[in-house]
Design a protein around this ligand. Structure first.
Ligand code: ZN
Length: 439
């Protein structure tokens, strides 16, 4: 079904993880443009800047945050917090400040994690001008004492810049589309969502090599405001969309997960369940709920595009989520490549989810005369090995259900036969002029 070279890909993923992880990303800014430029080495993205102040539905594209430096020094002049050592240490979209504060004045601006004392939490203040620092609880206890004064410095500014989105349209033979969206606004966090960003670029590159029925629109946008911006500026293009995938959190140490579309039984939902079934991978099923990621925008009443996600350690489901512990030690390139394989199976399934019509509908055709009845593969006890068994069963099922009523997914669910065997059988039967696909 898909011939990806795991070892080569794993090495490549590791290189991109190292290169992209340290970059300071946000809703806007130079780090975002740098990230899209690097992803363009994987797959050529069309990069568009949308100006600050532009109205996008009920929202306004914010000013660009230019973040240069940020630290806190104690009374001895020692830096106890340093943005240059970890970009999670300054709250995203912090306003500039340069002053000396007492402990009591400073503490409301310090954030640490309630249950992970060694973790630096990830905080932003996108739409309410404020400033703040994030640190581990251990460092808070070690460096901050009542009665002390602290020098506080954030060198940042806001300007009329832009919000940057990357996209690529892989055209199929049909104008009907699926969208595949990911977000890249998080600074140095690995599973959420650097893993998803890299997987999406690799998926686009893989699909570009293939002939597909449907077109696939890949969107790389900052979460929420980026997806809203894309929707607001592509209303006409999104009218042809049958469904989509939101790619996020795909390489963590936890379980596989699947968040269903708001429909729950869309071909995408069914294709995902079949992929897990065929790979014999256990997974956790997350029912649809209106919170989550950018499916909130694509599936909103004005668009109603059904969107599902496959995860490995879903957001909110692992303790390291949105902390400095969601780092390159938490994820594995091997996991990312495996999740990529699942996504590829899902796309293979939905892209080939046609019905079939028999060219020989009256009673069964004679398979032996066409060389389609396996003569090899018979073992000594006269049973077929499993692969041969699947092959013959796949042929029989496709022939039987070639009535224009049963789709590939229907047949796969009903027969229990892996989708890749059914696809191979359909190809063979088409080559032998026994069936025709009805797209
Ligand atoms: Zn997040």
């Amino acid at each position: 079904m898909n011939s990806i070279n795991h070892q080569h890909l794993t090495e490549e993923v590791n290189r991109y993880l190292q290169e992209l992880f340290p970059i300071n990303r946000s809703l806007t800014g130079e780090g975002n443009r740098q990230t899209l430029d690097i992803l363009s080495k994987i797959v050529p993205l069309t990069i568009t800047d949308y100006p600050s102040g532009k109205q996008v539905f009920d929202w306004t594209i914010p000013e660009e945050w230019v973040m240069r430096d940020g630290w806190i020094k104690d009374s001895s002049g020692q830096k106890v917090i340093d943005f240059k050592k970890n970009n999670l240490q300054v709250v995203g979209y912090s306003s500039p400040i340069n002053t000396t504060l007492t402990y009591d004045e400073l503490v409301p601006h310090l954030h640490y994690h309630q249950s992970l004392p060694e973790a630096i939490p990830y905080h932003t203040s996108y739409y309410h001008r404020n400033w703040g620092f994030c640190l581990s609880e251990n460092d808070f206890k070690k460096f901050f004492q009542p009665g002390e004064n602290y020098q506080v410095y954030i060198d940042a500014e806001f300007n009329k810049g832009s919000l940057t989105i990357g996209e690529i349209l892989k055209k199929g033979t049909s104008k009907k589309e699926y969208i595949i969206s990911t977000y890249f606004c998080h600074p140095s966090l690995a599973n959420d969502n650097l893993s998803g960003t890299i997987l999406t670029a690799l998926l686009a590159r893989e699909l570009l090599k293939r002939k597909t029925t449907y077109s696939y629109r890949f969107i790389f946008a900052p979460e929420t405001i980026g997806a809203i911006t894309y929707c607001a500026t592509h209303q006409r293009q999104l009218k042809n969309t049958l469904g989509g995938l939101l790619i996020s959190c795909v390489a963590g140490q936890g379980n596989y997960g699947y968040k269903e579309t708001f429909i729950g039984s869309h071909p995408i939902d069914r294709a995902i369940k079949l992929a897990f079934r065929d790979l014999a991978l256990p997974f956790k099923h997350y029912p649809f709920e209106p919170q989550g990621s950018d499916e909130r925008q694509y599936s909103s009443p004005g668009f109603r595009i059904p969107i599902a996600s496959i995860h490995k350690s879903k957001y909110h489901e692992f303790p390291e989520y949105h902390t400095s512990l969601d780092n390159l030690d938490y994820i594995k390139a091997e996991y990312l490549v495996k999740t990529l394989e699942i996504y590829l199976r899902v796309i293979d399934t939905i892209d080939n989810n046609t019905t079939f019509t028999s060219r020989n509908p009256h009673c069964e055709p004679q398979l032996g005369r066409r060389g389609l009845y396996p003569t090899t593969g018979l073992t000594t006890n006269n049973t077929l090995d499993q692969a041969k068994d699947h092959e013959l069963n796949a042929i029989r099922n496709i022939l039987f259900f070639a009535d224009r009523k049963h789709s590939l997914i229907d047949i796969a669910e009903r027969s229990g036969i892996p989708v890749d065997y059914l696809l191979a059988a359909a190809n063979t039967l088409e080559t032998n002029s026994l069936i025709k696909r009805i797209v």
